[in-house]
Every structure is written in C-alpha cells, then in structure tokens.
Design a protein around this ligand. Structure first.
Ligand code: HEC
Length: 196
C-alpha cells in the first residue's frame, strides 16, 4: 500500500509537471522584469533553464532540442522592453554565430541557413512567479525565399512545445527597424558576448 501511494504521488508530479512546480520553486518578489538585480536574474535562470528546454522540446522540434548547443550571445538573460518585457536570451546556430556575435551595425547580411533562437521568461506580477515564455525563432532562407521579410522566416515555439501562430508581418514590421543590421536587433549592449 505504501508503495502504491508513493507511485501515485510521483505520477502526479510528472503529469502536472512544469508550470505548477515552477511557480513554487522559482518565486520572484518583484512586479516587473525590470526590477530584477543581475544576481536574481542569474538565479532565476538557473532555476528554470532545464524546465524550459523540456517544455520547448515536448513536440520533438529539432531547434528546441538543439539550440542549447549553439553559441550563446549574452552573459545572462536581459530585458529590453519589446517582446512583452520578458527576459530574453539568444542563441545563434553554427551558420549564424560568427556574423551575429560581431553585432555589426552596417551592411549586415546573414548567410542563408542562419537561425537565431531566443528564449524568454515572463514575470507574472499577479502570481509573483516567473513563467516560461515562447522560444522565438528567426531563420534566414535562401535569396528570394521570403521577399517581403528580407528572406527571414519568423517562428515561435510555445512552452508546451507547440508552434505559435502569427503573421510574418507582426514580427517583421518591428524588426525592419534594424534594416542595416539585416533586421537583427541584438541583445542589450551590457550583456553581449562579443566574438571580437
Ligand atoms: C516591437 C518590436 C518587436 C516585435 C514585434 C518582435 N521583435 Fe523580435 N526583437 C525585438 C528586439 C528589440 C530584439 C532584441 C532584444 C533582445 O534580444 O534583448 C528582438 C530580438 C529577436 C530575436 C533574436 C535575434 C535578433 O534580432 O537579435 C529573435 C529570434 C526574434 N526577435 C524573433 C521575433 C519573432 C518571431 C517575432 C514575432 C512573433 C518578433 N521577434 C517580434 C523587437 C521585436
């Protein structure tokens, strides 16, 4: 009988998993991501990072399964404002990494096959908890592959592993603001990992 109880308790944890455990285990006492100190961000990320990949990978998405092996572009997640005031951290695949980490401001042209994957964490003011946000993606297609978005394909994976649905223009209308940087906005300067 004792054994059966233990088993069902374990199953319960597995089934409810992610969100519930996370709210209890990674609490925050601030109202917005902007109020977090650097050390708090690092601790929060440490607490959430494994749950994040597990969630993004749930439906077998290849990028979700691989991006943590790519080149990280910042020393820690940071909040820039756009992307819903979330804490953001971008990874560049092997084709993108060299150029992306130069953070050049003029005449940038990313090679086809470049992929940028950006993790996000939302601070829920109401729940006083950190929640996993989407994994945002930008993929550079071959020349002419998507003329209206400078050959970028925008994508997103929800924390449950399912693809996000949105219009390409929703993302590109903002990213086009960085036209000289091939529509890339780059992480905040103070957290950039430079390849130079
Ligand atoms: C209101 C403006 C805005 C919108 C809309 C927006 N982004 Fe971004 N995006 C940014 C900014 C600013 C950054 C850089 C901030 C950071 O990473 O710290 C960024 C960074 C990124 C990056 C990392 C590569 C880079 O630009 O340095 C990806 C990937 C990304 N966004 C995907 C998306 C996707 C997918 C959508 C649509 C669902 C989207 N973005 C919508 C402003 C925007």
């Amino acid at each position: 009988m004792k054994h059966a109880t233990t088993f069902s308790a374990a199953t319960f944890v597995v089934l409810l998993g992610g969100a519930a455990a996370q709210a209890a285990d990674c609490p925050v006492d601030v109202e917005s991501a902007f109020d977090l100190e650097e050390a708090q961000v690092v601790a929060l990320y440490d607490c959430m990072k494994d749950t994040m990949v597990t969630g993004y990978s749930k439906q077998g998405n290849k990028v979700a399964q691989n991006y943590r092996n790519w080149t990280i572009s910042s020393t820690r997640p940071a909040v820039a404002g756009p992307h819903g005031n979330r804490l953001l951290q971008t990874f560049a695949n092997p084709i993108a990494a060299e150029q992306y980490l130069k953070f050049e401001e003029q005449g940038v042209k990313m090679p086809a096959g470049s992929v940028l994957a950006k993790e996000s964490i939302t601070i829920s003011k109401k729940k006083k908890a950190a929640r996993i946000g989407p994994l945002f993606l930008m993929t550079k297609l071959a020349a002419g592959g998507a003329p209206e978005t400078d050959d970028w394909l925008y994508g997103g994976i929800q924390p449950n592993g399912k693809p996000m649905k949105f219009k390409q223009s929703f993302c590109h209308d903002c990213h086009i603001g960085w036209a000289d940087q091939d529509s890339l906005a780059y992480p905040l300067e103070e957290v950039r990992v430079s390849s130079n």
